[in-house]
Design a protein around this ligand. Structure first.
Ligand code: HEC
Length: 141
């Protein structure tokens, strides 16, 4: 029994390693993507279950999940081979390094030289971006 379990574990490790190899790396996630002034753009929407749910809907309706994944781990179906890879929102160190206004800035204006394009025009009501920010915050592991 023990040997069999070991064999299964070894297979799982081999699979995890091969899928990790197919994944492109994130560009160092910690340095800011937005100008320093974006930090002063304060989130006026308190985070609660309704806001997070609205943000999740927008995230899926706009198609952010195609790259970032439903759970925000950066491994959505369109992310294969993407260089740099989409941000992993579950990363606590990255979450801690960002102000809400910086997230809004990048969502609206994109990140130069990456697949993260400007999405401001996708929002019927630009203020709804704060719900998406609250959803992204809820993904921290
Ligand atoms: C075509 C793929 C793609 C789509 C669609 C996409 N993103 Fe991204 N996103 C990326 C990539 C790639 C990065 C990493 C950019 C970098 O390293 O600078 C990124 C980075 C980010 C970041 C992190 C910026 C930072 O400060 O570190 C946020 C927040 C973000 N995306 C939110 C969104 C939201 C919200 C949507 C939908 C409105 C979205 N993205 C749609 C590819 C995508």
């Amino acid at each position: 029994m023990k040997v069999k379990h070991f064999a299964i574990a070894a297979l799982a490790v081999a699979f995890a390693m091969s899928s990790a190899a197919a994944m492109a790396a994130e560009k160092d996630p910690i340095p800011a993507r937005a100008p320093a002034s974006a930090k002063g753009d304060k989130n006026p929407v308190a985070s609660n279950a309704a806001s997070v749910e609205q943000g999740k809907q927008l995230f899926q309706d706009i198609g952010c999940n195609g790259c970032h994944g439903d759970g925000g781990n950066g491994q959505g179906p369109a992310s294969a081979g993407m260089e740099p890879s989409p941000r992993n929102f579950t990363n606590g160190a990255w979450q801690a390094a960002r102000a809400d206004g910086e997230l809004k800035y990048t969502i609206f204006h994109g990140a130069d030289g990456t697949a993260m394009i400007a999405n401001e025009a996708m929002f019927e009501d630009p203020a709804d971006v704060w719900h998406v920010v609250n959803f992204i915050r809820s993904l921290k592991k």
